[in-house]
Design a binder for this molecule. Structure first.
Ligand SMILES: CSC[C@H](O)[C@H](O)C(=O)COP(=O)(O)O
Length: 382
């Protein structure tokens, strides 16, 4: 069964606490907007699409469970818009939440003003239905990304089997409503028997690749190997890697792509080795209002995330079989691993210039550069 990061039914939302993975699978309730804001900020939920969906569903749950009957339609509209604005402040780089908030503002504005008989309840009902639709739509979009991306890679490398790929960042069921974006393409390649091996990087913050992506690859029984972020050039020089597949937190109008820190350097290394570089992103991650990467705000995280690691203690010495370490989940400790006094530079994302990207895969198909070497990103919205 696929991992499920988000559990929702009308009036109730819970999320898999991603700070506890991969050693503990514990769902926490998200009954309201302020719990959602904190869960996003502290990375209990992460991944651009998942963040957006959890935020809007949390507001849907809060609205469903509150007694709004005495409020007027304009008053509930103001409340919804200000709560959406607040949610958008949780993390700045991914555009999906801002995109969802804008769509829901437009929709509720229409619901509140379309007829004179609009009530707070009709506005709330319109909001809840639209938020629930976003959850379902994200899964469909990811499956389409998986199909388009797998086919593009097969054609680009003229192979339908024995394809090896490297992925960076966290883009599977944990980062989306389900199925995943970049990991959705890997899932599709695997389902087609085209994939021989997937490599994943450790990826910061909190080593999301070794904790989350690796966990999902193991869970899905996709043949996979973990490397540190600094091993990509070594990997490319020793293995026949067909493509690097990454997700996106925001794709600008020219194709410049903000994604998990380290994506840019992987693109440089991939270009050196002639390895295809593929971005997988739903159109909710494409921001035509941002001209290029210079306009994307990059989140910086606290330095202690680099200085300190936390995790459960180890209870056995597995010798050479380091993949089977037993852990004591009841004894979680933090370990300082850097010298006292050292400064830390900790951007959470970087921007890969469009020039280093070969294909941008959305649910509507694959956008490639035109004869002028430019990504016509508007074509993603057909
Ligand atoms: C699934 S889309 C891309 C992801 O949002 C992104 O690359 C990523 O790794 C998630 O970042 P995070 O900092 O964990 O929210």
């Amino acid at each position: 069964m696929a991992l499920q990061a988000i559990r929702y039914e009308r009036g109730s939302l819970s999320i898999l606490d991603q700070l506890l993975l991969p050693h503990q699978s514990i769902y926490i309730d998200v009954p309201d907007v302020s719990t959602a804001w904190n869960a996003i900020k502290t990375m209990q939920v992460r991944g651009a699409p998942a963040i957006a969906i959890v935020a809007v569903l949390a507001l849907a749950v809060e609205l469903h469970n509150n007694d709004n009957a005495s409020q007027s339609a304009p008053s509930i509209l103001t409340e919804i818009h200000s709560k959406l604005d607040y949610l958008v402040t949780s993390r700045p780089t991914a555009v999906n939440l801002g995109d969802a908030a804008n769509k829901l503002k437009t929709l509720t504005e229409k619901a509140a003003t379309a007829t004179e008989s609009a009530t707070s309840e009709s506005v709330v009902a319109a909001f809840i239905e639209a938020a629930e639709h976003m959850l379902l739509q994200d899964v469909e979009d990811n499956k389409a990304i998986g199909r388009h991306g797998a086919l593009w890679i097969q054609n680009a490398v003229s192979k339908t089997s024995d394809i090896r790929v490297l992925t960076h960042c966290n883009t599977g069921s944990l980062a989306t409503a389900s199925y995943g974006t970049a990991l959705g393409i890997i899932r599709s390649l695997h389902a087609n028997n085209s994939l021989s091996h997937a490599y994943c990087t450790e990826t910061r913050p909190y080593n999301q690749g070794s904790r989350l992506t690796a966990y999902e690859l193991v869970h899905e029984q996709i043949p996979a190997t973990l490397i540190t972020d600094s091993m990509a050039a070594s990997l490319f020089s020793s293995q026949n890697i067909a493509a690097v597949i990454v997700g996106a937190d925001r794709v600008a109008a020219n194709g410049d792509t903000a994604n998990k820190i380290g994506t840019f350097q992987l693109a440089i290394v991939a270009r050196h080795f002639g390895v295809k570089f593929v971005v997988a992103a739903p159109t909710t991650s494409v921001d035509l209002n941002t001209e290029n990467g210079a306009g994307i705000k990059i989140e910086h995280r606290p330095g202690w995330e680099v200085l300190v690691v936390s995790g459960p203690t180890v209870t056995n010495n597995p010798g050479n079989d380091s993949s089977n370490v037993e852990v004591n989940v009841h004894d979680v400790r933090s370990v300082k691993q850097a010298a006292n006094g050292i400064g830390v530079f900790n951007p959470s994302f970087d921007v890969t210039p469009a020039a280093l990207i070969d294909a941008i895969v959305t649910e509507n198909g694959v956008v490639e550069k035109n004869a002028d070497g430019v990504f016509p990103m508007h074509q993603a919205f057909k």
